[in-house]
Design a binder for this molecule. Structure first.
Ligand SMILES: [Zn+2]
Ligand SMILES: [Zn+2]
Length: 427
């Protein structure tokens, strides 16, 4: 049975938490000088298709293109416009077509992505993507891995750790593929059919096998690290050494596989223990061959994604969102006709002083106004009534000191400012 559609909506009570999370992430990204790119939610299907089929083997590409959500035209035909399923292809095209080559570009993006899930239901998810393009130096993958760890720490996820592996290169990977296919053919009866076919097609295919008799479920077989060439082996040793010296919590995971086989050399995941199991909250790796296949230009690159929905849920469960200090806020209301202009003028002057306001647009008795003002965490209430205005005064209620007085209109703003200062809350 299909599960009901769920929409990725964020209600006002939770938006501040998303902003908090995004701000923390961006603080770290800005320390490393990453520039934000804002990608269109509508994407050209042909470009996505070309990118995905260029970078993945046929079966994998079919699986991924099958997850793309295309719009329907009024005549019922499928449009060539897709909802953004990922960002890397777009970023690579942008860098290859619009930016100076032979330079290093550090780019990030975040926002909603759209794909079909296993039941072909549309799903919407929030993802951060980080790409460092133009460098094949070992420094660049260590930079992005380090940055990912720092982002987790900044968010309060201090137990997040790295898992790393090497996917080898075009030189050494064929030897591993050959060894894996040999192992498969020697042990054909010990694999279930779907694992056998998937692995035979792509030995790096991540297969979650539930069949305990299938050798793949016990993760047996040759490992790519046993087949690395000297260059890949040296690079991987250096990555391990750098991460050790930086004091980053990491584990070598020779079984680490990726949804995309286009990675080469260093691949990594960010994992966290939650509810007794290991959760992958993000990951990435080096993808030096990808650009050439998509854009025709050689752009070595490394990047990672972070599953922001998952990060948000873990942060919520761990109470990691620091409660905001309440802003200083004035509730303002009029109980007589023809005072709207005066009310709006006072509001304007308060705003010039960076003081937040709530205007009551209804005519309420004072008790009701008081109730609404307190509900909205206002520290001050101003009520304009014709009989007071004739004497040049307005009613000012100070909720902090629980007192009220009639102050002259010329003293209204200075009085509010005194209360703000005494409140010692942020504005
Ligand atoms: Zn190699
Ligand atoms: Zn299996």
């Amino acid at each position: 049975m299909k599960k009901p559609l769920s929409f990725h909506e964020i209600m006002p009570d939770d938006v501040w938490k998303w902003k908090y999370m995004e701000n923390q992430v961006e603080q770290v990204l800005s320390l490393y000088n990453y520039q934000e790119i804002r990608l269109s939610v509508l994407q050209d299907y042909n470009i996505l298709y070309k990118g995905i089929t260029a970078l993945l083997d046929t079966e994998e590409a079919q699986e991924i293109t099958g997850q793309i959500i295309n719009l329907k035209q009024p005549d019922g035909n499928i449009s060539l416009l897709s909802l953004r399923p990922e960002g890397t292809i777009n970023v690579l095209n942008h860098v290859a077509n619009n930016l100076e080559q032979n330079k290093i570009h550090r780019i990030f993006y975040h926002g909603h992505m759209f794909r079909k899930d296993a039941q072909q239901q549309p799903m919407e998810f929030d993802q951060l993507g980080v790409e460092l393009l133009g460098s094949d130096s070992i420094l660049s993958e260590n930079e992005v891995m380090n940055m990912g760890v720092r982002i987790c720490e900044q968010l309060g996820l201090k137990d997040a750790r790295l898992e790393i592996n090497s996917f080898g290169c075009n030189v050494c990977r064929p030897a591993y593929f050959k060894a894996m296919r040999q192992f498969l053919s020697d042990n054909k009866d010990k694999f279930c059919l779907s694992c056998f076919e998937a692995l035979n097609n792509n030995p790096l295919h991540p297969t979650e096998c539930m069949d305990s008799n299938c050798l793949h479920s016990t993760k047996q077989g040759p490992k790519i690290h046993e087949h690395l060439c000297n260059k890949c082996k040296t690079n991987f040793d250096r990555v391990k050494k750098i991460q050790t010296n930086l004091g980053n919590n990491f584990k070598i995971n020779h079984n680490l596989v990726k949804n995309f086989s286009y990675y080469n050399e260093t691949v990594f995941n960010f994992v966290i223990q939650t509810n007794g199991h290991t959760e992958v909250i993000g990951g990435g790796g080096r993808y030096d061959y990808l650009s050439n296949r998509i854009t025709g230009k050689q752009i070595p690159a490394v990047g990672f994604y972070l599953n922001l929905d998952l990060v948000y849920n873990i942060m919520s469960a761990r109470n990691l969102f620091q409660t905001q200090s309440k802003p200083f806020r004035v509730y303002i209301s009029t109980q007589s006709d023809d005072l709207e202009i005066m009310l709006l003028q006072i509001v304007q002057e308060l705003h010039e002083d960076d003081i937040s306001t709530i205007i009551n647009t209804d005519r309420n008795p004072t008790e009701k106004d008081t109730e609404v003002a307190l509900e909205n965490d206002c520290q001050v209430m101003v009520i304009l009534r014709a009989e007071n205005i004739r004497e040049g005064k307005a009613l000012l209620k100070n909720f902090i000191k629980e007192k009220q007085s009639y102050v002259s209109l010329s003293d209204l703003l200075p009085e509010i400012d005194i209360i703000r200062k005494s409140a010692q809350v942020t504005t």
